[in-house]
Design a protein around this ligand. Structure first.
Ligand code: SF4
Length: 394
């Protein structure tokens, strides 16, 4: 039996982190070797100083995956289909409108429009879709098309990135989802998804979006078998981009940071990638809170980890519960459980039982409603859809 590797001494690392000092790559890497309760205590302390210490926020929104046809074929994806497969689909505008009406009925304010990279769709489909949504659902924000989809459009439609984004913005685009971040180290990406957008292009597209005033969010997925050094590098790249946006784009950087664990059910990575335990998830979340000193909003991920770990995350650096996700298809296709959406009542229950006051926010993390938590919790949970409506309207 080999002796365990020596644990690097903490020295004054944790006290300095608790003071909010900016950590180096080596120091962030060293955090992975410190006792998790100590790291969590620092992360929670920073969370209390960087956001309202009494409040936990969440968003009422819906993911709409307008097509599942995709020619990228990531090894970790159970969602995509080829166009010849019987269950491949592309939604028409009315089908999308129907889904948005359901969201509007429960007080939702934002859609995440994302698809596979469908080579049969022309630019008119995307601009027409944005115009259709804006014309028929004027109160709904549209955060659409991950950097992977934008890269496809850039390569296919003969427009520069600036021209393409201007065209999409003119049609109604409000922001880009930060999907596709995973680990922004190309060694990791090349193994998990050889045709996946590379980190340089991901940042190039996010940078242009931030420069143009679009909403963006930073993301991270752990469990590919990446090293602690690669995780630290990912966080530092995100932090550097945020510095740049704060400096050059009038603060229009990432609105928040969301991370979750790799889900591999029904994918080619099943049994090949290690995934990540709840312990690793909470450790990574706490380290992200410490390392990302310029991103105030850190989300807990209940869809990948379940409600209980999602609730615990509120003491590991998270100040936000993400969203109700009236519909989610991509992560859930590869998940080993069926927890893919939450009612407003459920998210309120998580926040209240953890000792926080729940608040409903918009996609920019601005609070738009303070629901009467006790009144909602005192009602019997007869109807999940009704729960959403009650929470949203109060
Ligand atoms: S993750 Fe996205 S880009 Fe990759 S195969 Fe799935 S739908 Fe396509």
């Amino acid at each position: 039996m080999t002796a365990p590797a020596p644990t690097p001494a903490a020295g004054d690392l944790l006290p300095r982190a608790a003071r909010g000092d900016r950590l180096t790559h080596a120091e962030i890497e060293a955090l992975y070797h410190q006792p998790l309760p100590d790291v969590a205590a620092v992360a929670h302390h920073l969370r209390l100083t960087r956001r309202d210490p009494d409040t936990v926020t969440f968003l009422i929104d819906r993911n709409i995956n307008y097509t599942n046809i995709c020619n990228v074929g990531c090894n970790f994806c159970a969602f995509y289909r080829t166009r010849r497969q019987k269950d491949s689909y592309t939604l028409d505008y009315e089908q999308i409108s129907h889904k948005i009406r359901e969201l509007e009925a429960v007080g939702g304010t934002r859609i995440l429009l994302q698809g596979g990279v469908n080579p049969e769709l022309g630019l008119d489909y995307y601009t027409g879709l944005l115009r259709h949504v804006k014309a028929n659902h004027p109160t709904i924000r549209i955060d659409a098309f991950s950097p992977e989809e934008v890269l496809f459009m850039e390569k296919t439609f003969g427009l520069s990135l600036d021209e393409l984004l201007d065209t999409l913005i003119e049609a109604g685009l409000d922001g880009l989802p930060g999907a596709g971040g995973e680990i922004l180290e190309d060694d990791v990406r090349a193994k998990a998804a050889p045709a996946r957008i590379r980190s340089e292009d991901w940042f190039r597209i996010i940078d242009a979006a931030q420069r143009k005033g679009l909403y963006t969010i930073a993301t991270m997925v752990i469990g590919f078998g990446e090293t602690y050094a690669q995780r630290a590098s990912h966080l530092l790249k995100i932090r550097e981009q945020q510095d740049k946006a704060n400096r050059e784009y009038d603060g229009n950087g990432f609105s928040g940071f969301a991370m979750w664990t790799l889900q591999t059910e029904h994918t080619r990575l099943h049994g090949k990638a290690p995934g990540a335990t709840a312990h690793e998830y909470l450790q990574q979340l706490a380290i992200a809170r410490i390392a990302l000193d310029n991103i105030p909003n850190i989300q807990a991920s209940w869809p990948a980890q379940g409600f209980k770990v999602g609730q615990a995350a509120l003491y590991y650096g998270a100040n936000d519960l993400g969203s109700t996700m009236l519909e989610e298809n991509v992560v859930s296709a590869a998940a080993g459980h069926d927890r893919h959406q939450a009612t407003v009542r459920e998210l309120i229950r998580i926040a209240v039982d953890a000792g926080f006051t729940p608040a409903i926010r918009n996609s920019r993390f601005q609070i738009i409603d303070w629901p009467d938590a006790q009144a909602i919790l005192n009602r019997a949970p007869e109807n999940p859809e009704g729960d959403r409506a009650v929470g949203a309207a109060s």
